[in-house]
Ligand binder design. Sequence first.
Ligand code: ARG
Length: 598
Amino acid sequence: MTDLRQGLTQAVSAAFTALGLSADYGRVTPSDRPDLADFQCNGALSAAKTARRNPREIAQAVLEVLSKDTGLATAEIAGAGFINFKVSDQALSARANALSFDDRAGASQVETVRRILVDYGGPNVAKPMHVGHLRASIIGESLKRIYRFRGDTVLGDAHFGDWGYQMGLLIGAVMDEVPDIATLITTLNGEDTTVSDARVTEAFALFESRITLNDLDRLYRRARRGKTDPDYRDRARKITAGLQDKTPGYYLLWKYFAKVTRVALERDFHALGVEFDLWKGESDVEDLIDPMVADLEAKGLIEDDQGARIIRADKVDDRRKLPPLLVVSSEGTAMYGTTDLATILDRRRSFDPHQILYVVDQRQADHFEIVFRAALMAGYAEEGGLEHLGFGTMNGVDGKPFKTREGGVLKLNDLIEMTRDKARERLKDAELGAELDLETFEATAHAVAVAALKFADLQNFRGTSYIFDLDRFSSFEGKTGPYLLYQAVRVKSVLRRAAEAGHEPGPVTVSDPAERDLVLLLDAFDQAVSDAYDKKAPNLIAEHAYKLAQGFSKFYAACPILPAESAVRASRLTLARTALRQLELSLNLLGIEAPDQM
Ligand code: ARG
């Protein structure tokens, strides 16, 4: 199914070709002056420049040879040689009817399906997620959905941070704080037989009774302060090496860390509507590391550097001097980049993706550049197969990365809680949800909160930073998630009332200007989705959803549905239903769900 713009582009391109001019001049775009026209073509101006001819003459010639079969009401030359097009009501009606029968509301799919792996979320063991993980989760989830909707085979992987130096720090800190645990760990470490199931259960019971996720967070922060003390650091490194060798005591305690963290993370991701296909961690590639290092060595890529083993990844070209990739530390441990490199191999073996997209904070750009270069040098990836999609920070009103009032990092769970409180307040102020039972009201408040957070984030291009303003984001007015939900709920309620009264949707006949505008918006969906896909930019879908919600609102104000005469009512019901489907599809691509009532 081609949209109106593409159909026109084809016709106008054919006209240019017929005049012996390049088809490229025939590109048609939405009009800059929607009050005057629906679409425009600026090609005559460019063609005139190249051919040193008069643009209006070329435009005139184009109109003369333009097929009469294009569904246009008018095609006129304006200004220096623009061509303005107005689509006929019949063509708009036909397009609306076609869209109304399409489950995808006009969105096409890619011609060549690719396998894509989206690495996003990136939570860490023993640390509750904070606002920094919010953007990774929101943007990654949306990109994953956009790729999938376009037809690609997509896997989302959380890439849990669970194998680095911070694990050694934390194990040390727990042993310092809880002597019983320290004793048990030391005993287990000294045994070379595998630990029996009974002892594992016993050990876990001890860990559970003494250490909660909050303790881990507190200990972790305290341990990090020990960063400057060389002895402390040394011990943590040794423990990390011990863990990576799977020394029984360390390994068991680490398993416990992973378990408790996982429960909390699942709760937070679930609350945000974020779902991973794979929940793999750095540690999952642990057995690939030694053979990989051997392979890198055999390929002559590894160098010694004061006891550590590194890859100088700036060899590929000298665009930019980057630090080397630290593959094995002087204690013999694998580093953040090592597990990332091995994960590329793992993904290649298990899924063989055409592309891996890393949705991670822009501040990690150098890290990825170094890992990618090393992967190319080692032949683990092809040019273009790895891409870092960096994003900016979510800032407070002071323009710095968002902090709590006390100056700390805000936990994601607390942020969700805070936004939900605000959503309840907003619903009450707007006198919405008053008839809902408590459970439904709570679910609605939750949906409003998630929509507020996600839309506030996704309406910006991912690379830009934005200021978190809960009051503005949670309002039912303006360019916000709650506004979109409100409009979706309004359409649902009209459709429900129509169904209750036994009114059926029927063929669309466009006549009112607000109907025209709505159909033109519906027509633009395919372009919005394919641009969002090509540019990896969910904000283009956010923009479309917002315009569509506004378009519906204007249409509904100008064109009464239920009171209209039967054929008009049937036509408008179809328009409303199609708008709702497209709005819900757009919201779904952003990871947002509209409730049925408010
Ligand atoms: N765990 C990391 C962090 O919190 C993010 C992981 C991103 N993904 C990756 N493949 N390195 O910073």
